[in-house]
Design a protein around this ligand. Sequence first.
Ligand SMILES: Nc1nc2c(c(=O)[nH]1)N[C@H]1C(S)=C(S)[C@@H](COP(=O)(O)O)O[C@H]1N2
Ligand SMILES: [Mo]
Length: 528
Amino acid sequence: MWVSPNGRPLYTRAEVAEHATPEKRIWVTYGDGVYDVTDFVAIHPGGERIMLAAGRAVDPFWAVFSVHGTPETRELIEQYRIGDLVPRESDPSAAEMDSRGTGLEMLFANEPERHPSLRVRAARPCNAEAAPESLLPYVTPNELFFVRNHLPVPVIDADTFELAVEGPGIPDDFRVSVTDLKTKFPPTSVMVTLQCAGNRRAEMHAVKPVKGLQWESGAVSNAVWTGVRLRDLLAAAGYTLPDLSSAELPDGVAHVHFDGAEGYGASIPAEKALDPRGDVLIAYEMNGEPIPRDHGFPLRAVVPGHVAARSVKWLSRIALSDDESPSHWQQRDYKGFSPSATLETSDYSRAQSIQELPVQSAIVFPRPGDAVVPDKDGCVPVRGYAVSGGGRAIYRVDVSPDGGKSWIDADIVRAPDQPYGRHWAWTQWEARVPVAAAISASLSPSAAAGSSAASDAEPVGKITLVCKAVDSSYNSQPETFEGIYNVRGVLVGAWSRVPVQVKPPSEGTASGTQQHQQQHQQQHPPQR
Ligand SMILES: Nc1nc2c(c(=O)[nH]1)N[C@H]1C(S)=C(S)[C@@H](COP(=O)(O)O)O[C@H]1N2
Ligand SMILES: [Mo]
């Protein structure tokens, strides 16, 4: 047998490929290592999927499933190392083995169709943000709603699908069918905006690099969700709901776990889950239709006011527990850290999970770099959204034509028709921003003289529009990304800044923003 310089047995790709069944043992390669993972298959958190890599390289799978990209997973696989791979150039079987493909295609053979307007940030698994035009209707049409998948979309037969519910007082193997949920409980509809923890990450990345999908401001959308109140389901399953007149929850239940059928999982505090005013749903409809496959068909947890990562799709199990979910995405992701923490020093065991999000707003139109033409009053229309966590309302949105030196109040175009403390849906706003002073400031001799080098002078007519929102705790957004920087690029809520070029009216009749909006109205008539 050949051995590598470090004394380990050397195997060709063809030899590895022979080990793809439990009988012949299951080998995989990672980098230049060969591993016998037969004993690990049964305990692989991703289940059977690992068999798609049997006899092949796991690298393509690990690149797609970010859950593997941690020092822990690398350490784990090293325990199973049995040898090294013959270097590609010396492996006579390399070409033929490469031609067999990676096995990855199989995982994504059953993805749903997607609307071409979605802005794809990663194709497999699908991560795509809503196009700017799609953020203008108050309720986002299902096919235009952003998609954030960590794994392939599971294929589920709603007629046979069952949701498991576990907890004190609930019989073992308690299951509920989709039909039961639709027929045995009163339906409840709640409008809820879902926002990814990494919405606007690309803007933070531009200031200092972060690790994660490069979301612009479209990892957010709004829908009306219909389903069963989680409280009602738990009570029907046999759990004794805590006495609402008591200030404390009984011992033993501090968190509610949600597991997705494809392997994702998360949890929320029981206080939120059991609160009759928390409006947590087990939803089966999105905007009056069965939930589309990408958004969780047939069942999804909807957790209003919390980061979208807790609204678990393809919901297959609910469990009441004393602890948070053991899921990778609850324990090792979706937490905030100090600006100085690195990927290596971020201590996930000590940081708190993200649940409620901070106040957020973004300018949707104009787009960065657009040429805009002021109207006859010298104003440029600016549109955007604002949303806060925990049901906090949006009290005000400030918009600036000059990078934040002066501000005007935006008009609230549409705000949620929801009670105090339960503003789960976003607020849309519009401002007519006077730009003349900002342009002349950028042209004034003092502005030009103030800059040390000629190339630093603001080019003619270039201004930076800014927005920031104030929520019902009178919290506002930080001015810059530096102070809230974190290496995973979550909780990205600094002022939204959009540099635009202002053109004189003679160069056009409609502003860039108006053109966008006219186009949009043709495609999607306003929702009532
Ligand atoms: N089962 C499951 N649920 C999930 C996810 C997932 O990958 N699998 N992604 C979460 C994250 S991080 C987000 S932002 C939202 C996205 O919901 P959407 O795809 O309907 O927009 O779903 C959450 N629920
Ligand atoms: Mo997310």
